[in-house]
Each structure stands twice: as structure tokens, then as C-alpha cells.
Write a protein that binds this ligand. Structure first.
Ligand SMILES: NC(=O)C1=CN([C@@H]2O[C@H](COP(=O)(O)OP(=O)(O)OC[C@H]3O[C@@H](n4cnc5c(N)ncnc54)[C@H](OP(=O)(O)O)[C@@H]3O)[C@@H](O)[C@H]2O)[C@@H](O)CC1
Ligand SMILES: Nc1ncnc2c1ncn2[C@@H]1O[C@H](COP(=O)(O)OP(=O)(O)O)[C@@H](O)[C@H]1O
Ligand SMILES: [K+]
Length: 497
């Protein structure tokens, strides 16, 4: 997902409203500024496009922004049609004033639109005030506009998208561009938002906004750790990573994690496979050392358990050992399912002194929270925060717009990655990447954000090279991630990486 700018604070709708109240009380003309910012974007999109602009104005202040845009585009010489079905008196004061200014400038308001040949459609139906699935004429407008071939600029957020959760409770606008006002909203960056926003731009309306809890995950979030290797280092310097998993029929999952840990720089990588008939050697990656799973907690400096682990008694036994491990521990896949199912294992996790990293996808998160996956997806940030609090762990809730919640409560949303990652084994690779960084001594607070960002960036690099999204394989991710990590270190150290 492309963000302009790439960083910036993420605020909930309640936080935005509180800022709005403060500035409106001081007489700052926010709606005019929002309309100005959006009309500049609209004019850029319109460069080289002739024809009329359609503006769909809703009943609230988002509709008001639409009227300001209409007026400014008309002043810039564009032909504009504004569709609005509520009466002026039913609109809030600022929106009513914007509508009046449009009409005083000679603009018309019509109750519906026909035709499909628009130079641009401006979606000013709903912003942060959406309270339920769009209904009636608004639902119908959205369905019709999603059939058009014109570019669509959404003001603040695509109408129908929940600003706080990224969930679209019903029909929602599929925008080509979205300009977000004041700050990013969580819903733009995760869940359905990743699909609906198109190119995302932020305009702060010249307000100074304090960073709240959530941040866009960027390279700067972990940059202090991107240091070149000392030339007199040896394999012991980069740690002993261990992967436990690979029960019958699922050996590949553990090998994918282990190979990824190796390619991302762990000094030595051990694999403990539960399948009694598993090979003694990974022929593709003979650097991996295959050992009895029960030995790994004794020889490793960082452990991951879960990929292909299964839920057998043998798996439970390995879990008990792993939870007693005194170094950083990554729990993925069936390790998470076993935690969710066992009140006996849960306290062993929450009482660990060393860092624990949990990497659930929404279904695993739901099991850990004893709720339905749809409830997790209904508020991904809240679910991730609760998992981190309940299990005293650093957590990534995976899926488009992965959420990271560190044990100290700090929240990040990741915007790297693409649908090429929707393939079996890509989560195993993420586990291997975070394990590699932990083995090399990264603090979990930096290792997890880096791994999540890097994993998505690797998929983006593959996409750019024409490998995917269709047919991108998990095994291709680690070499791409290795290339990026080396490049980042090299760039930051003036080529000494
Ligand atoms: N405050 C300011 O000065 C600034 C605000 N700004 C802009 O205002 C936006 C927020 O404006 P807002 O609070 O008026 O909410 P908005 O998104 O227009 O929607 C509320 C209206 O929609 C209706 N409605 C909701 N859901 C519905 C549904 N499913 N189906 C049908 N109707 C539904 C709801 O009706 P109700 O539910 O109350 O009956 C109400 O009438 C913000 O995103 C930004 O663009 C900027 O200009 C900066 C300055
Ligand atoms: N549409 C998508 N956009 C971005 N990232 C995705 C998408 N689908 C999956 N991913 C990422 O791919 C990985 C899949 O992990 P997981 O579901 O555990 O797969 P597996 O169990 O097959 O290894 C996660 O990191 C997730 O965030
Ligand atoms: K909108």
C-alpha cells in the first residue's frame, strides 16, 4: 500500500473529533482547509482529463467538504455536478454554510446522477461519522459508482469504511485516491481499508497533532538496529536459532521457518522435527542441523515453536519445555492453538521472564481470545492489544494491514505486503525472520516490527519483479528479504554493510 507521506500518527475518530473541537473553538476554518487540500488533489488527478466532475455529497460534514471542493473546482474552471438529497437545513452548520457558498457562486444541487462518463467522481458521502452500513439511496449510489470507470477521490475515507476498524459493514466505495484529513485513521490501513483506499494521501490541515499510541510501521521504527557486522565476528556472534515443529505431513512448515532464519542471518540454525520418519538432513539447505526437538531449548539462544507442530501429546510435551526456555520464544500456528486450548499452558506463557512473541492470524487470535474470527476482524487493533495484554507478549495480528502490539502497549500498523502473501507457508517465513533477528540479539521490541515490515517489503519487491501476486511462493520470500535487509544495512552504513 502506498502512503504519502509514508509515516505519521494514526488517530481514532474520537481523537480526531477532540482535535477538531479544539481548533474550531479557536476559529480555525477546518472545512475550508479540508476542501482546499482535496481540491488540489482533485486538480492533479484531473490533469489531462476533460469532462465534468461529479460530487456525491452526504448529509454531514463530509458532504460539506464536498461542497467546498465543488466551489473550488468550479473556480478553477471545471464543470461540476453536485448530488445531494438532504435539505440544507438538515445539514450541520459548517456543511450548510459550504453549500450556501456553492449556491451563491452559481452552483446547482441535483437529487441524482445519470451517465457514466465523469472526469472524476468525488466521494463526499460519509467520513468518520459513518455509524452503520450505508442504506437506501447512499448504498445505491455507492454500488453505482463502483461500476464506473472514472477515477474516484474519497474525502477523508472511502464512504462505507469504518474509520476506527477498517471494517466495511456493508457496501463501500472503492476509491482510486483517498485524502485523509488531520491524521491517518486506523481503518485506512488495515482490513478492508487496504483494499478500498487506493492511493493514500494525508493532509494535516496545518494542525499540529501529537502522536498517540498507534504509528505507521516504517524503517525508522527499527533503524537503530540496522548495523553492519564486525569483520572479526564469528558464527557464535549471531546466535543459535531453533525451530520446533514439523509433525507428520507438516515437516515443510518447520523447514521453511528454519531456512528463513538461516537466510536472515542466524549464526546456527537447529530444527527439531516431531515426525519420527522425518529425514535426517534438509537436502536443499544442508546448513540446517536436525536434532531431537527436546534438545533445542538446551542449545539455542532463541527458539520458535509451532510451524507444523500439530496438537499431539508429543507436541504438548514440547510446548511445556519451550515455555520453560529462558531466552526469547516465538509462538506460531499450533503452538498458539495449544495455548488457546490449555489452561495449564497459559500461565506458563504469562509467567515467562524472557520475551514471548505471538504471531497469530485472525483465526488463531480468535481461539486465543475465545471469540469468533469475525469479532477479531471487527476491531483488529483492540484484539491485538488484548492479546498482548492477556498473554504478556509482543504480538502481530497478521493479515492485510498487520497490527503489531508490543508488550508495553505500543501499537503499529504495517502497510507493506500484498495479496501474494496469501499462500501457504508465508507465515512460517515470518516466524523464521523474527527468530533470526532475535537469535542475533535484537530486542524483541525491534525484532518483531522489523520482521513484519521486512516480510511485507520482500513480497512487494517480488511483486515489483513480476513474481506474483499470483503464484508467489513462501520459499521465495526469504531470499528477497535477505537482499533487502543487506541493502538497508549497507545504505545506513555508507556501503560498509
Ligand atoms: N467537524 C468539522 O468541522 C470537520 C469535519 N470534517 C469532515 O467531516 C467529516 C465528519 O463529519 P460528520 O461528523 O458530520 O460525519 P459524516 O461522516 O459526514 O457522516 C455523518 C452523517 O451521515 C449520516 N450517516 C452515518 N452513517 C450512515 C449510514 N450508514 N447511512 C445513512 N446515513 C448515515 C449521519 O446521520 P445520522 O446517523 O446521524 O442519522 C450524519 O448525517 C470528516 O470525516 C471530515 O470529512 C472536515 O471538514 C474537517 C472539519
Ligand atoms: N492479502 C494480504 N495482504 C498482505 N499480507 C498478507 C495477505 N494475506 C496474507 N498476508 C500475510 O501472509 C502471512 C500469512 O501467514 P499465515 O496465515 O500464518 O500463513 P501460513 O500458516 O500458511 O504460513 C502473514 O504474515 C500475513 O500478514
Ligand atoms: K468519503
Amino acid at each position: 500500500m502506498h502512503l504519502n507521506p509514508a509515516a505519521g500518527p494514526i488517530l481514532t475518530s474520537a481523537e480526531i473529533r477532540s482535535i477538531e473541537r479544539q481548533y474550531l473553538a479557536a476559529g480555525v476554518p477546518l472545512m475550508e482547509r479540508a476542501g482546499q487540500a482535496a481540491s488540489e488533489v482533485a486538480l492533479r488527478i484531473l490533469e489531462g482529463r476533460s469532462g465534468c466532475v461529479l460530487i456525491l455529497a452526504g448529509p454531514g460534514n463530509n458532504g460539506g467538504d464536498g461542497f467546498v471542493v465543488a466551489r473550488l473546482l468550479r473556480e478553477a474552471g471545471r464543470e461540476v455536478v453536485v448530488v445531494c438529497t438532504v435539505e440544507a437545513e438538515q445539514m450541520p452548520a459548517d456543511a450548510r454554510a459550504a453549500r450556501l457558498a456553492w449556491q451563491q457562486a452559481g452552483g446547482q444541487v441535483v437529487p441524482d446522477f445519470l451517465g457514466s462518463n465523469w472526469a472524476l467522481v468525488v466521494d463526499a458521502i460519509f467520513g468518520i461519522g459513518l455509524k452503520r452500513a450505508p442504506e437506501g439511496r447512499y448504498a445505491e449510489w455507492i454500488a453505482r459508482l463502483n461500476q464506473l470507470n472514472s477515477p474516484v477521490l474519497s474525502l477523508d475515507l472511502p464512504s462505507g469504511l469504518d474509520a476506527d476498524t477498517g471494517r466495511a459493514p456493508g457496501v463501500a466505495v472503492r476509491a482510486s485516491h483517498t485524502v485523509s484529513f488531520i491524521a491517518w485513521k486506523p481503518g485506512l490501513l488495515t482490513h478492508d481499508g487496504s483494499e478500498l483506499c487506493g492511493e493514500l494521501m494525508l493532509n494535516t490541515l496545518d494542525l499540529s497533532v501529537a502522536d498517540s499510541g498507534a504509528q505507521v510501521l516504517t524503517l525508522a521504527s527499527f533503524a537503530p538496529r540496522l548495523k553492519p557486522r564486525a569483520s572479526n565476528s564469528h558464527k557464535g556472534t549471531f546466535g543459535q536459532a531453533g525451530v520446533i515443529g514439523g509433525a507428520v505431513g507438516m515437516v515443510g512448515a518447520a523447514l521453511l521457518s528454519a531456512r528463513s532464519a538461516l537466510l536472515l542471518g542466524a549464526g546456527r540454525v537447529y530444527v527439531g522435527l516431531l515426525d519420527p520418519l522425518a529425514p535426517m538432513l534438509d537436502i536443499v539447505q544442508p546448513e540446517l542441523m536436525l536434532r531431537p526437538p527436546g534438545d533445542l531449548h538446551l542449545i539455542c539462544s532463541a527458539l520458535a515453536i509451532g510451524p507444523g507442530l500439530g496438537q499431539s501429546e508429543a507436541a504438548v510435551l514440547q510446548m511445556k519445555r519451550a515455555l520453560g526456555f529462558t531466552g526469547p520464544l516465538v509462538l506460531d500456528a499450533d503452538a498458539l492453538n495449544l495455548i488457546a486450548a490449555s489452561s495449564n499452558l497459559q500461565p506458563r506463557l504469562t509467567q515467562r521472564d524472557a520475551p514471548s512473541v505471538l504471531t497469530p492470524h485472525p483465526a488463531e487470535a480468535a481461539r486465543l481470545l475465545q471469540c469468533a474470527p469475525s469479532e477479531v476482524q471487527a476491531d483488529r487493533l483492540a484484539a491485538c492489544r488484548e492479546l498482548s495484554r492477556r498473554y504478556r507478549a509482543h504480538v502481530v495480528l497478521k493479515g492485510a494491514g498487520s497490527i503489531v502490539c508490543l508488550a508495553d502497549g505500543r501499537l503499529f500498523i504495517n502497510v507493506t505486503g500484498n495479496a501474494g502473501l496469501a499462500t501457504a507457508g508465508s507465515g512460517d517465513v515470518l516466524t523464521g525472520i523474527v527468530l533470526a533477528l532475535l537469535a542475533q540479539g535484537w530486542e524483541a521490541e525491534l525484532a518483531l516490527p522489523c520482521a513484519v515490515y521486512l516480510h511485507g517489503a520482500a513480497a512487494d519487491a517480488l511483486l515489483e519483479a513480476g513474481i506474483g501476486p499470483i503464484g508467489m511462493t513462501a520459499g521465495e520470500l526469504a531470499p528477497a528479504a535477505r537482499r533487502l535487509l543487506n541493502a538497508w544495512v549497507s545504505e545506513r552504513s555508507g556501503g560498509r554493510g
